[in-house]
Design a protein around this ligand. Structure first.
Ligand SMILES: Cc1cc2nc3c(=O)[nH]c(=O)nc-3n(C[C@H](O)[C@H](O)[C@H](O)COP(=O)(O)OP(=O)(O)OC[C@H]3O[C@@H](n4cnc5c(N)ncnc54)[C@H](O)[C@@H]3O)c2cc1C
Length: 405
């Protein structure tokens, strides 16, 4: 097994690290850098995005033919982690959720026409996007089989009625992916559509207030009351919606983990920096074994997360589905992020509870990680299903072909 990365990926990582250190981190301590929802404000974001693009640090996740750098999932694992050393990082490089997942799924499954009108403006940074799947009870949440939003065929169009909620970015997005039911078939009953913000027949009824900082455009509740979508805006074909979801969420869950690892490492930095200079009862915090154990445990947990993410990324890069690997990474890293922020706050004492560091920002943000893109319990259910099917083979090693085969 080879865990080395290519010189090209290492060069990108260094460029990202320098950009984050020089251009992005200094903004975090200036209240003027924040918008009303605790994300980077529009003006500094516009300026930094232009700079990142000029340096070729833009949409790295996409194939070169579509405006990216074609670095594969393993390269993304390295680069995304580096981007999210800053809470503002990923969006500056056009690698933040939900745009990155939306771009990747349309890069993989969109027709050339769909890529041209829907995907290209997002890649160019001209518009933002949203992915509308989850519904309030009794509709589809963890179980997409409960989806109630319907798209009824009407000539060459579909007409959509229903509700969605927690749709990240919807308040500012112009381009939407929408999951709706087109039949009651359990496997082929969902269809994925593209639509534009200006299409009539739907509205945002509220931006849902949440406990943590918000992505640009918030998390919104949407009502569809006759949105008309032409059949050319169906992704992959009628009834293939769950395939689109699988394609999108597999890698999107993993990119969350890649970014969260960057935030978890930042928490270690915040903890270490204070522990090294704070003294009490005659010694530095950094010299106390109890503090060393907290930090040592965190370091090991972060490395476990990186190995899980890398294995899943490697599996995706070689064409695998990586369902088990992604689920294990998602559960581990989501919980790790929460622990990392908690540890950073604890070691910083009252300072950790203040807004003098970003540990409290990360702490509030981290709570969503255990829910979004599949709650912990759902991923554990998936793992248990795999265990039931594979038995002891759950932990099999893949055997490489013999060198002289
Ligand atoms: C910040 C944030 C952003 C989001 N962004 C988007 C977005 O852009 N687009 C979108 O479509 N959705 C989005 N979501 C929705 C998210 O994907 C769902 O919250 C998630 O899939 C869980 O669905 P639910 O909230 O309906 O929970 P429910 O299905 O109501 O489940 C509630 C709880 O029940 C438990 N549970 C559920 N199933 C099982 C099981 N099989 N075994 C054991 N326990 C179980 C879990 O603890 C779960 O948290 C977002 C959510 C958050 C919090």
């Amino acid at each position: 097994m080879d865990f080395s990365i290519s010189p090209e990926i290492e060069a990108l990582r260094r460029d990202i690290a320098a950009f984050v250190a020089d251009e992005i981190l200094p903004l975090e301590s200036d209240p003027a850098s924040y918008d009303a929802h605790e994300n980077i404000a529009v003006e500094p974001l516009r300026r930094l995005r232009a700079k990142a693009r000029d340096k070729g640090l833009w949409c790295l996740q996409l194939p070169e033919a579509l405006g990216g750098r074609g670095i594969g999932r393993v390269g993304m694992a390295v680069c995304y982690e580096e981007m999210n050393r800053s809470i503002f990082g990923p969006v500056v490089f056009n690698s933040a959720a939900p745009d990155d997942g939306n771009m990747m799924v349309m890069a993989a499954l969109g027709t050339p026409e769909q890529q041209d009108w829907w995907l290209r403006p997002i890649v160019e940074g001209k518009v933002r996007s949203a992915f509308a799947m989850t519904e309030p009870a009794p509709g589809g949440g963890s179980d997409p089989g409960m989806m109630q939003t319907r798209a009824m065929r009407d000539g060459d169009d579909y007409v959509v009625h229903g509700r969605k909620w927690f749709i990240t970015g919807a308040g500012e997005a112009e381009h939407f992916l929408l999951l709706a039911r087109t039949s009651d078939d359990a496997r082929r009953g969902h269809t994925c559509f593209l639509f534009h913000r200006d299409d009539p027949g739907w509205q945002i009824t509220r931006r849902i207030p949440i406990m943590g900082p918000e992505e640009h455009g918030g998390h919104c509740e949407l009502v569809f009351d006759g949105l008309r979508i032409p059949s050319r805006n169906v992704v992959l074909g009628e009834g293939r919606g769950l395939k689109v979801v699988q394609t999108r969420l597999g890698v999107a869950r993993l990119t969350h983990c890649m970014r969260w690892l960057g935030l978890a490492k930042r928490c270690v930095e915040i903890a270490t920096e204070y522990a090294e200079r704070r003294e009490g009862f005659g010694i530095r915090l950094a010299d106390r074994e109890s503090v060393q154990i907290m930090l040592g445990t965190l370091c090991a947990d972060i490395e476990v997360g990186r190995l899980l993410v890398m294995k899943a990324a490697w599996e995706l890069d070689r064409g695998g589905f990586a369902q088990k690997e992604v689920s294990m990474a998602k559960v581990h890293v989501a919980n790790l992020l929460h622990r990392a922020a908690d540890t950073a706050i604890q070691i910083n004492g009252a300072r950790g509870y203040s807004k003098d560091t970003v540990a409290e920002w990360i702490y509030r943000y981290a709570r969503q990680a255990r829910l979004v893109d599949g709650a912990d319990e759902v991923h554990r259910m998936i793992l248990n299903r795999a265990l039931a099917g594979e038995g002891r083979d759950f932990w099999r090693w893949d055997v490489a072909e013999a060198a002289n085969a």
